[in-house]
Ligand binder design. Structure first.
Ligand code: 13P
Length: 327
């Protein structure tokens, strides 16, 4: 197996998943502000430090996606950089490399970041990163998403994936169909189908090695403001059907984003989907659904750190069990 394929398989190994801790500074500021936590480079370092040093994290977490700032910060007791520390715990360090969203027409978005990307990737690899992430955002709404926007995002995802693989980094390919809005689960199914179809078409046209990627899609859910909310079994069935129709069997694994759904729902959806026989391992790459309970338990207070670490490990363990339908 190639290095890429070995790393991709390790990222989606059974009973483990990925922690997305790559919130940009503005996003981190927002999450901290909601809980009245001061956001400074030091407080962000402190927070990531206590998450990553939680006891037994390596039993449940295969890899952690970092933001550029965190990539150069340190594990506080050893002074190692976070990538060095994670490698010492047998956790793969990953790095978010897109540069965020730009307007595409009046109500859609196109992810930026291809300029100078190869150089940045080589540097991250030399400092320990073994995988990268690029998030494309597809917005459901009146007359959107357009085919043009889906195609433009899919092309950028494919170009990013090629550059990653040239640098021996496994690309996480993340086309996120947003679930904010009043669209139905069937709309969500159709938009996710169109998106995945275009993304895999572009990956193949750009000759991306599909055995060396991890797909990070949304689950197929009812829009959060839709009057009919599909239950766990319907979400699992529709998500699996949608993925089965579009994701080639060579892809080693699918690691879902949580997308702002309640934490327990994200866990139970993953558990239900793992009752199906699929060609790929199904796991998590959650940001909010893994961090929100711990962040709340901490609330910026030193005396809450131990409790917050225990909450984080409980959440990670539940999701680890869900990767084997063990709940
Ligand atoms: P959420 O799980 O909070 O959606 O975050 C995952 C992620 O990495 C988004 O890019």
């Amino acid at each position: 197996m190639s290095e890429l394929s070995i790393v991709a398989h390790k990222m989606v190994e059974k009973n483990k998943g990925i922690l997305a801790a790559d919130e940009s500074t503005p996003t981190c500021n927002k999450r901290f502000k909601n809980l009245k936590i001061e956001s400074t480079p030091e407080s962000r370092n402190f927070y990531r430090n206590f998450l990553f040093t939680s006891l037994d994290i390596e039993k449940y977490i295969s890899g952690i996606i970092l933001f550029d700032e965190t990539f150069y910060q340190t594990e506080l007791s050893s002074g190692m950089t976070f990538p060095e520390y994670l490698i010492s715990k047998d956790i793969l360090p990953g790095i978010k490399v897109d540069k965020g969203l730009e307007d595409f027409g009046s109500s859609e978005k196109l992810t930026q970041g291809l300029d100078g990307l190869s150089k940045r990737l080589a540097k991250y690899y030399s400092l320990g990163a073994r995988f990268a992430k690029w998030r494309a955002v597809i917005t459901p709404g009146d007359g959107i998403p357009t085919d043009d926007c889906i195609l433009a995002n899919a092309k950028n995802l494919a170009k990013y994936a090629v550059k990653c693989q040239q640098t021996n980094l496994v690309p996480i390919v993340e086309p996120e169909v947003l679930m904010d809005g009043s669209h139905t689960i069937d709309d969500s199914f159709d938009i996710t189908s169109r998106t995945l179809n275009t993304v895999f078409d572009q990956l193949q046209k750009h000759k991306v090695n599909l055995q060396g990627i991890v797909l990070k899609p949304n689950m197929v859910l009812s829009g959060y403001n839709c009057s009919y909310q599909a239950d766990i079994t319907e979400v699992a069935e529709k998500t699996i059907n949608c993925l089965s129709a579009h994701v080639p069997a060579e892809v080693p694994g699918i690691a879902f984003l949580s997308g702002g759904q309640p934490d327990e729902d994200a866990t139970m959806h993953l558990n239900e989907m793992n009752k199906y026989e699929t060609d790929w391992n199904l796991t998590f790459s959650y940001g909010r659904a893994l961090q929100q309970p711990a962040l709340k338990a901490w609330s910026g207070k030193l005396e809450n750190v131990e409790k917050a670490q225990a909450v984080f490990i409980d959440t990670a363990k539940a999701n680890s069990l869900a990767t084997a339908a063990g709940l």
